[in-house]
Design a protein around this ligand. Structure first.
Ligand code: UDP
Length: 314
């Protein structure tokens, strides 16, 4: 039975990966310091054979007994609000945490997969973004703490690959949504859904003409799984090509929820990327991967979760 370590395994993406790898018959060791992750995301896995949770900050030495076959490094604050509030922890987990996770991988002769991000492209001047684009990141901007941590993490991953011959994979993950997102993580999707359901105004930042391309979590997880079992060490974009303006997205959520909330404008955060859309040709050709969920399907499934969460709060 393969043994797989997932850092950040109690987070949104990490917990879905725990589910997926257990489903594939792996033994899963989930490591998380619960800074932005939540025990709720993995409570259904507690006590399940083959699953173990270790509360640990991966910026410190990571000890795991026995063999390890795969290490997936997903620990990091990931929403803009979180990394703006936790800038040092974000830099540390991208730098020191990646170092420790790679060290564990090397020691165990395992295979490593880095959760990188579309943020390595910054505010892109190339559209859509393909993997050959080097990006347009402001290192001293507010988002620099996340963008540069992930860029460093990619560089360190390639260094371990080239100089220590460690088997590595790099997934550049674009906006992903789905059940288990935190309703208060400040991101557009959970915020808009919460506002629409509770009848508060929908807060669109700036003109709302900035674009994003939202992928449903099951599709992202499938892409990550395929990349891990492939033999490709170059970075690969994993994301949806369905691009939409944030204003149109707000309208879509109003329609979906049947809400009468008004759309109001709030100041655009500094360095907010104007456009984001992945070129996923490489994932399509080399991994045979393409998203299966339309936004309408994914949003329906996510809405059911958001409604449940709000009911539990009430
Ligand atoms: N956004 C917004 N209202 C909100 C939260 C976010 O208009 O209440 C905008 C944000 O400025 C960005 C887009 O929605 O242009 C997506 O933001 P999110 O935080 O979801 O992720 P990002 O793609 O910026 O990392």
């Amino acid at each position: 039975m393969p043994r797989t370590v997932i850092t950040g395994g109690a987070g949104f993406l990490g917990s879905h990966l725990c589910d997926r790898f257990l489903g594939e018959g792996h033994e899963v060791i989930c490591i998380d310091n619960l800074l932005t992750g939540s025990p709720k995301n993995i409570s259904h896995l507690m006590g399940r054979p083959g699953f173990r949770f270790i509360k640990h900050d991966v910026t410190n030495y990571i000890h795991v007994d026995g063999t390890v076959d795969y290490v997936l490094h997903f620990a990091s604050p990931a929403s803009p609000m979180d990394y703006l509030r936790l800038p040092i922890q974000t830099l540390k987990v991208g730098a020191l945490g990646t170092h420790k996770a790679l060290g564990l991988t090397k020691e165990k002769k395992a295979r490593f997969l880095l959760a990188s991000t579309s943020e390595v492209y910054g505010d892109p001047q190339v559209h859509p973004q393909d993997e050959t684009y080097w990006g347009n990141v402001n290192p001293v901007g507010l988002r620099g703490v996340y963008d540069e941590a992930k860029r460093f993490a990619e560089a360190l991953t390639m260094a371990y690959h080239r100089y220590h011959s460690v088997e590595t994979r790099i997934a550049r993950i674009f906006n992903t949504y789905g059940p288990r997102m935190r309703l208060d993580d400040g991101r557009a999707l959970p915020t808009f859904m919460r506002q629409a359901i509770t009848g508060e105004p929908i807060t669109v930042y700036g003109s709302g003409q900035q674009t994003r391309s939202f992928a449903f979590v099951n599709d992202t997880v499938e892409g990550i799984f395929r990349l891990l079992v492939s033999d490709i060490s170059q970075p690969i974009n994993i994301g949806s090509r369905e691009e939409i303006t944030i204003y149109a997205f707000a309208q879509e959520i109003l329609q979906l929820t049947g809400s009468k909330s008004a759309i109001i404008s709030k100041p655009l955060p500094k360095d907010d990327p104007k456009n984001r859309q992945p070129d996923t040709t490489v994932a399509e050709t080399l991994l045979g991967w393409r998203p299966q969920f339309t936004r309408a399907q994914g949003l329906e499934l996510t809405l059911a979760y958001v409604r449940d969460m709000l009911d539990q709060r009430a």
